[in-house]
Design a protein around this ligand. Structure first.
Ligand code: FE2
Ligand code: FE2
Length: 241
């Protein structure tokens, strides 16, 4: 189970663990996004079972004990399964999530109370300032949200653009929409297409230069165009069941 670390934007690192998966013959990746800063932030803790691999990889960038925020998009095992293991390893860290996620899940599950952010709320990490964006049901989860890092013009876009495959470059300027749409064809992880199109238009208005994905390669280039292309793809009629 190899884990690699790559700096994908200024001070922003992608930690990626590849696994074989019976449902996906080419394998699959689980990525965490780490901001190295005065108050370091990790986006997605990863699976509980990957904790030791993730921790060892983070240590190549900064001490795990120095982590301050353990953020995630929505309540799922790959988003926050290792939360309590990280809370134990980082005594000054707190979970960071949407108000809904804190209310319905993390307030009960976490060993320390979460810090909940409202839509548009910003948080100063030192060199970076991040903004929380509520994205309910996009691509899934009532509690979902994403992070925008304007200093690095990077959108932490979670499950958007999920691509299969274990041997993918950390960042590409090539096509990630095609592979992610091919995967969505067999495994549609979008909860509500109408809502998604509106939300994606809002995200495109940020004009991101890097899209930091949770599964597969991150994208560098015209993020707005790619987000609009995804919105257009979601406008296509669904295949009959
Ligand atoms: Fe998810
Ligand atoms: Fe995910």
């Amino acid at each position: 189970m190899p884990t690699r670390v790559d700096e994908i934007a200024d001070g922003i690192f992608r930690i990626s663990t590849s696994i074989p998966l019976p449902a996906l013959p080419g394998g699959f990746t689980f990525n965490q996004i780490l901001i190295r800063d005065a108050a370091p932030l990790l986006f997605h803790t990863g699976l509980r079972g990957h904790f030791e691999a993730t921790r060892a990889a983070i240590e190549r960038v900064l001490p795990v004990a120095s982590l301050r925020y353990l953020a995630y998009s929505h309540f799922e095992a790959d988003e926050c399964g290792a939360m309590n293991a990280f809370l134990a390893a980082a005594p000054g860290a707190v979970p960071l999530c949407s108000r809904v996620s804190a209310m319905v899940s993390m307030g009960d599950v976490a060993d320390r109370p979460p810090r909940a952010l409202g839509d548009g709320e910003e948080l100063d990490l030192g060199r970076h300032r991040i903004r929380w964006l509520d994205t309910p049901h996009v691509p899934h989860g009532w509690d979902a949200g994403l992070i925008w890092a304007p200093t690095a013009r990077t959108l932490f876009c979670g499950d958007l653009f999920t691509q299969p495959g274990a041997e993918l470059p950390p960042v590409t300027e090539g096509d990630i929409l095609g592979p992610s749409e091919a995967m969505r064809g067999g495994m549609d992880y979008f909860a509500c297409r109408d809502k998604a199109r509106t939300t994606l238009a809002r995200l495109a208005d940020l004009q991101p230069r890097t899209l930091a994905t949770m599964h597969g390669s991150s994208f560098r280039g015209d993020g707005a165009a790619l987000l609009r292309a995804l919105a257009k793809a979601l406008s296509a009629p669904a295949d009959p069941p």
